[in-house]
Design a protein around this ligand. Structure first.
Ligand SMILES: [Zn+2]
Length: 427
């Protein structure tokens, strides 16, 4: 697309999380040059977008595009090249689903991030954590007791040359593992301090990792300027994350008042993933899990809404995360907006949580996450008012996606204006 254009008469999301009166947006060299009503006519390509709603591209701050397969045996049978291309397919669908920036919560490696930057494939801008560091016997330990085999991370990722270790115990191993993860190109260091509900036989409420192990990870990552994100559900695990200095707590299902106050004081972020639990609940109801997992999910279900209510009451900073993994979830990440709202978050706050707050968590709020002059033009558009969040229950509601001023999903109005359907990708 031309380096300069004006989209006219869009309802655009403003700083307060509301869609204002229609205005024009002038984009030059990938950034917003100007915004306002009736920008003067000029030689610049001008496209009528009246009737469209525009918002910044959404930040999914917890997703696993490289975990596209939930079947352990299928993962083990898949050649690593096929795995990588399937991950690229997840990334493409995620971008077309409205996510222009994604913080990988484990699975995506530097190769996927670099391939997107080089334009070999399309996808959200990626920050990666590569592996999920987990203790022996913890959530991501793929040990098979029958044959006594050590297997890849929770069976969801393949082994490949250069992949850092994921099963880590003790302070010394932690120091080395964090260094190896950073050496492999990670933007974040990801740890698991709690088991997952869908793994039959594991105690979901067990606290994994000691405070010393977590502190070592945060210290070592910090020396390289990298933040730490930790999966934690129980209050005790959340407290350890805060005391260790993690930048974000993931899930936080059983957050209580006391720990919410701790998080707010320390400035620790919360990413309360809800889509994944709804998805697991649906699968459980369809008979996918055993009785123990059902009981755990029922327990989670009973807490729905509490984590967001408590976090809001204490002023804990929150960003959006779908925890998308598996074929069906990738591309439907925006459902998380509706679920945050259903948990008691007002619409305007949901829209900010999905955009500007995500940019803050990822440390890129100076150039992404807002529709404002000077900001990179990563934006998505709808033909219906997205402040009715029920829209996000439906597929294909995102009708236009821009990344750095390039249309990754061009609206028919753009095609009518002569923008080619096949848009070359590239940095
Ligand atoms: Zn996750």
């Amino acid at each position: 697309m031309s380096a300069e254009f004006i989209l006219r008469e869009l309802s655009a999301l403003d700083e307060s999380g509301q869609f204002g009166e229609p205005l024009d947006i002038h984009v030059r060299e990938g950034r917003i040059a100007d915004m306002g009503k009736n920008l003067p006519l000029s030689d610049v390509l001008s496209i009528d977008c009246s009737g469209l709603w525009l918002m910044p591209g959404v930040f999914d701050c917890h997703a696993h595009p490289a975990m596209w397969c939930r079947d352990a045996l299928e993962t083990l049978r898949t050649p690593v090249t096929e795995w990588a291309l399937a991950a690229a397919d997840s990334l493409r669908r995620t971008l077309k689903g409205g996510i222009t920036f994604l913080r990988d919560a484990g699975g995506a490696d530097a190769g996927l991030r670099n391939a997107l930057e080089k334009g070999y494939a399309t996808g959200p801008r990626l920050q990666i954590s590569i592996v999920l560091l987990s203790q022996t016997g913890g959530q991501m330990d793929g040990f098979l007791p029958g044959p006594g085999l050590e297997l890849p991370v929770g069976y969801l990722l393949p082994d490949y040359p250069g992949r850092p270790p994921y099963r880590v115990d003790g302070v010394d191993e932690m120091r080395r593992a964090v260094r190896e993860v950073i050496r492999a190109g990670a933007d974040w260091v990801k740890l698991v301090a709690a088991s997952a509900p869908h793994q039959e036989g594991q105690d979901f409420d067990r606290v994994e990792y000691t405070l010393e192990e977590l502190q070592t990870a945060v210290f070592e990552a910090g020396r390289a300027g990298k933040p730490v994100m930790v999966d934690a559900k129980m209050p005790e695990a959340i407290e350890m994350c805060v005391r260790a200095g993690a930048r974000s707590v993931e899930h936080g299902v059983f957050l209580d008042e006391e720990r919410a106050a701790l998080m707010a004081t320390a400035g620790t972020w919360l990413v309360p993933t809800q889509y994944v639990y709804r998805d697991l609940q649906q699968k459980a109801e369809a008979g996918a899990f055993g009785p123990k997992t059902m009981a755990v999910l029922d327990n989670f279900h009973s807490r729905r809404g509490e984590v967001v209510r408590i976090a809001r009451a204490h002023g804990v900073r929150m960003a959006l995360g779908s925890d998308a993994f598996g074929h069906e979830m990738h591309g439907n990440n925006l459902r998380e907006l509706l679920y945050l709202h259903e948990m008691g978050m007002p619409v305007a706050e949901v829209l900010q949580t999905a955009t500007v707050r995500g940019a803050e968590l990822c440390g890129v709020e100076d150039r992404y996450g807002r529709l404002a002059p000077g900001y990179v033009f990563d934006a998505i558009a709808f033909e219906e008012d997205p402040s009715d969040l029920r829209l996000f229950e439906h597929p294909d509601v995102v009708r236009m996606v821009f990344q750095g001023g390039e249309p990754r999903l061009p609206h028919p109005r753009l095609l009518d204006a002569g923008v080619p359907e096949e848009v070359p990708v590239g940095a």
